[in-house]
Write a protein that binds this ligand. Structure first.
Ligand code: DOR
Ligand code: ZN
Length: 342
């Protein structure tokens, strides 16, 4: 068995880098695994205007430059707010946003100011279609029971596809068989991201033994049959299904509180964990399209430049990094991150 493995530098099409003092560490950590990341806008304050996009990009670039010699590229998104005008959306596109993010209000962390009435986003969706930017959707209906929320939101996406015949849509962090089937039936302008945690973990890992708040996320982890369907899809190289980490760090103390926020800090360990999974299934070669080809092609971006080395050898994921508990902390993985060449 070879003792190293070189991937094109992975892309992450769904990342939370936060804002404020903690952001620099999260951005540096991200730059150790990824060349580009689509940065989510559910920060405090939210990224919902052209000027915020420019300011947030500058903040991230300054932080990441210290880590990787300037090779990390944040791909910017903005948050759709109810009643957002066409001109506001076009200004975000002009400022370089490649995507706008739709959060149903209350669906997840930092979505209190999301969309209450889907009708209130229609003008913005038209403008996104006009500008050629992607609509990224957190597809969960907050009023439905926790495990049914994703499936209950699918008719809303269906309606958007009908009303906006050229709009490109990404269903974020899909976690169910129903979403996978929807993706397969959908036109080619629909893609989806899958996270490492929804592939590698199930509801049993979250609450089958002692409750593990570090594995609490939205959408909530699902039963085995859902994870199995997603695993099989990515191993086979499912068209238009690509990696988005949804790395979502919360300070360790917040996760230990009585009401733990949703979100898993996956960026430190997602790529080594995925390499272990693909290799165990005899499909290590298919990891490249999942993390470094399919997403860029969907977004119309150039293939990644540069490479990431993975080094074989047991690596125990630390109990804490950057003030948060990383995904699979304490577990021994078969690969660890090596050098990035650009
Ligand atoms: O678990 C999650 N955490 N899911 C999301 O959609 C948002 C994220 C966060 O921002 O913490
Ligand atoms: Zn997210």
């Amino acid at each position: 068995m070879a003792d190293n493995f070189v991937l094109p530098l992975p892309d992450d099409f769904h990342a939370h880098l936060r804002r404020g003092p903690a952001m620099a560490a999260y951005a540096e950590r991200h730059a150790a695994s990824f060349g580009r990341a689509l940065v989510m806008p559910n920060t405090k304050p939210p990224v919902a205007s052209a000027s915020e996009i420019a300011a947030y990009r500058r903040e991230i670039l300054a932080a990441a430059a210290r880590a990787s010699g300037g090779s990390f590229e944040p791909l910017m998104s903005f948050k759709l707010l109810g009643g957002m005008s066409r001109s506001a959306v076009l200004a975000c596109a002009q400022a370089g946003a490649v995507a706008g993010k739709y959060y149903p209000a209350g669906a997840t962390t930092g979505s209190e100011d999301g969309i209450v009435d889907p009708e209130s986003a229609e003008e913005a969706l038209d403008a996104m279609q006009e500008a050629g930017i992607v609509l990224c959707i957190h597809g969960e209906s907050p009023e439905a029971p926790a495990l049914d929320r994703e499936a209950r939101f699918l008719p809303v996406i269906e309606g958007m596809l009908g009303r906006h015949p050229r709009l490109r849509i990404v269903m974020e962090h899909i976690s169910t068989v129903e979403s996978l089937e929807f993706l397969r039936r959908a036109p080619r302008r629909v893609g989806a991201t899958a996270t490492a945690h929804h592939l590698l973990c199930t509801l049993e890992d979250l609450l089958g033994g002692e409750l593990d708040p570090q594995l609490f996320c939205r959408p909530v982890l699902k039963a085995r049959r859902h994870a199995d369907a997603l695993r099989e899809a990515v191993l086979r190289g499912e068209p238009r299904l690509f990696f988005g980490s949804d790395s979502a760090p919360h300070p360790r103390s917040a996760k230990a509180a009585r009401r733990a926020p949703a979100g898993i800090y996956t960026s430190p360990s997602a790529i080594p964990a995925l390499a272990g999974f693909f290799e165990a299934e005899g499909r290590l070669g298919a990891l490249e399209s999942f993390v470094a080809r399919t997403g860029a092609a969907f977004y119309g971006l150039a293939p990644p430049r540069g490479s990431l080395e993975l080094i074989r050898g047991p690596w125990t994921v630390p109990e804490e990094l950057d003030g948060a508990v990383p995904f699979l902390s304490g577990r021994s993985l078969g690969w660890r991150l090596g050098r990035i060449e650009v």
